[in-house]
Design a protein around this ligand. Structure first.
Ligand code: FMN
Length: 366
């Protein structure tokens, strides 16, 4: 099964690299041509460290079958010297899913791109947008925007090493470099020298001194017009815009200018937003009828984790925003985050949470 559907049996958890190195599994029910995505990058959920782990991606896949999903950034060092299965294992249901790498050495990036292919990822993405000090000390992330030729060599090495699409996620500039020419030259060099054709552009600068990563997602101003200009000057490239986009109307508006939209924080905090995307942006049926159905599917997943000895609260945290905006959502969230319940079975906690949401909490908990 490629994608989990409402009513599906307990999800299978994958645990090993794939032997078929070139293709994702065939869906049991192929999508009708009219429901196929016009391009694979039309809509995606951003890579987010500590947030978009395999559990979060499983939840997102229940809510949208067509949205592209990204892993958290994994450094080349962690893959080449660390626990590969811990970093790369994912659920079969997550496709299409991209592995995001952090690194700068072409040979290391090539070795990791090979691993990405062996493990069955659909894309490998290079992070050129992270401004954190730790990442700067490792000389990768956003500071790589000042080294376009090195990045181009890295992209080329990755492409030579695997048959996956190799994409780059970057900012529009670093520090106080505000000119369009800087990002244009970065993209141009990666395209001409590295053969990169897909660019995901977070439409604000990264200020490498004096701002925390969180502030770097909020303070440098958003300048969507620069990303639109990239698309009009490089019409042959796939340009995906990212940063501050939330509503379906905002996404639709951006799709008038660029090939794709990547949504980060809003998708995480308001996961139910994803449930409308297949219909709104892919002309396909919504995969789940309502929030309760989505919750039921995820509770089955939590049960499968618990049965394998994985603490389910690690995964439950990703669905805390599912009922946002509805009466009782706060009470529902409080039950799911109550550490006193973490040894109980997920189904039991789900019953308590629903009762609390309906205002019957005390009776059931007693
Ligand atoms: C908690 C958190 C972790 C993030 N980790 C990464 C990361 O690992 N790699 C990356 O390229 N961007 C990372 N980002 C940035 C997002 O991918 C995205 O570019 C940014 O949040 C702007 O999009 P948004 O306004 O839709 O959230 C992270 C963002 C957040 C909130």
């Amino acid at each position: 099964m490629l994608l989990a559907r409402a009513g599906a049996a307990t999800p299978a958890l994958s645990a090993s690299p794939r032997t078929d190195m070139t293709s994702a599994p065939t869906p049991s029910t192929p999508a009708a041509p009219s429901t196929l995505a016009p391009n694979p990058w039309r809509l995606s959920v951003a890579p987010m460290m500590d947030w978009t782990d395999r559990h979060c991606r499983f939840l997102h896949r229940q809510l949208s079958q067509h949205t592209r999903l990204y892993t958290e950034m994994v450094t080349t060092g962690a893959l080449l010297h660390g626990d590969v299965p811990r970093h790369l294992d994912f659920n079969d249901e997550e496709h299409p899913v991209a592995l995001q790498l952090g690194g700068s050495e072409p040979a290391d990036l090539a070795a990791c791109a090979k691993l990405a292919e062996r493990w069955g990822y659909d894309e490998v993405n290079l992070n050129c947008g992270c401004p954190s000090e730790r990442v700067q000390r490792g000389a990768f992330g956003a500071c790589l925007m000042a080294e376009a030729e090195l990045v181009a060599d890295g992209v080329k090495a990755m492409q030579d090493a695997c048959s996956l699409p190799v994409t780059v996620k970057h900012r529009i500039g670093i520090d106080r470099i505000e000119s369009y020419d800087f990002v244009r030259d970065f993209v141009g060099t990666l395209h001409q020298r590295g053969g990169c054709t897909v660019f995901i552009v977070h439409a604000r600068n990264a200020w490498l001194q004096g701002l925390s990563p969180k502030e770097n997602r909020e303070i440098p101003p958003l300048r969507y017009e620069l990303v639109h200009r990239l698309k009009s000057e490089f019409p042959q490239l796939t340009i995906v815009i990212n940063g501050g986009l939330q509503t379906d109307a905002q996404i639709a508006e951006q799709l008038e200018h660029v090939d794709g939209v990547m949504v980060g924080r809003h998708a995480y905090h308001e996961p139910w937003a994803l449930a409308g995307w297949d219909t709104a942006f892919f002309g396909a049926a919504a995969p789940v009828a309502d929030r309760e159905a989505a919750e039921d599917l995820y509770v089955s997943y939590l049960e499968s984790l618990a049965a394998r000895g994985t603490p389910w609260p690690l995964a439950a945290r990703h669905m805390l925003g599912l009922h946002n905006g509805l009466p009782g959502a706060r009470r529902w969230r409080q039950v799911w985050s109550d550490h006193r319940l973490k040894t109980r079975a997920p189904r039991e906690v789900a019953a308590l949470a629903r009762a609390a949401m309906a205002g019957r909490g005390a009776a059931l908990a007693a």
